[in-house]
Design a protein around this ligand. Structure first.
Ligand code: IMP
Length: 199
């Protein structure tokens, strides 16, 4: 079993990532290390800055996740401000903002930064869906009770972790990250470079 550190204070995110990486041979260790989340226009900029900052302070390979909910009728709000808006307005506040709004389209986006060897790699995942009319379900975390992924009638909070992972922004990004990790592993040579991708 290889080991990778997931730097996050969010147990829900950790659990989702663990369920995808463990079956492909990675023990995921959660560490809570606060790092700066800059005010930037994209999740990728936020994740990259955080990973570069951490890379100077943390030993070994790690991943971080920056994610957010982007609501079409609100011009992409709360987007990169999702964490702040969740703390201040919560799901109830978003439902109030969406009161009477017919266009319920929204998407979740996740960006993972992986520090592997000396390099930082970015993996992104998107999950289109819509904002529910009311909060439903008790599973998951954050905005899960108000988000219904495309093709579903249930919110993420009404699904098991496996079901959410099969559809979610995070599931998509982490599966891509997992594929990349698998491609980097050359099991028989101890002196292989940090990332060996074959020829
Ligand atoms: P951050 O990536 O930790 O900055 O999270 C941004 C905000 O979006 C937080 O309030 C999270 O709870 C929320 N969020 C991120 N991913 C998800 C998800 O998969 N489901 C529900 N809420 C999420």
């Amino acid at each position: 079993m290889r080991r990778i550190t997931f730097i996050t204070g969010n147990r829900g995110k950790y659990e989702e990532v663990r369920r995808i990486l463990e079956p492909i041979g990675y023990e995921v260790v959660q560490k809570k290390i606060p790092y700066p989340e800059i005010q930037a226009g994209t999740l990728e900029e936020v994740a990259r800055f955080g990973a570069e900052w951490l890379a100077e302070r943390v030993e070994g390979d790690f991943i971080i996740d920056d994610s957010g909910l982007f609501i079409h009728a609100l011009g992409g709000f709360p987007g990169v401000y999702s964490a702040y808006v969740y703390r201040t307005l919560g799901c109830e506040g978003i439902l109030k903002l969406m009161d009477g709004v017919e266009d319920r389209r929204a998407e979740f986006r996740a960006v993972f930064a992986l520090r592997l060897g000396g390099e930082i790699h970015i993996f992104a995942g998107v999950c289109p869906g819509r904002i529910a009319g009311e909060m439903r379900g008790t599973g998951g975390f954050g905005y899960d009770p108000i988000f219904v992924p495309e093709g579903e009638v249930r919110t993420f909070a009404e699904m098991s972790t496996e079901e959410k992972n099969s559809l979610s922004h995070r599931g998509r990004a982490v599966r891509a990250l997992g594929e990349y990790l698998k491609g980097c592993v050359r099991p028989t040579r101890r002196t292989s470079p940090p990332c060996w991708r074959g020829s």
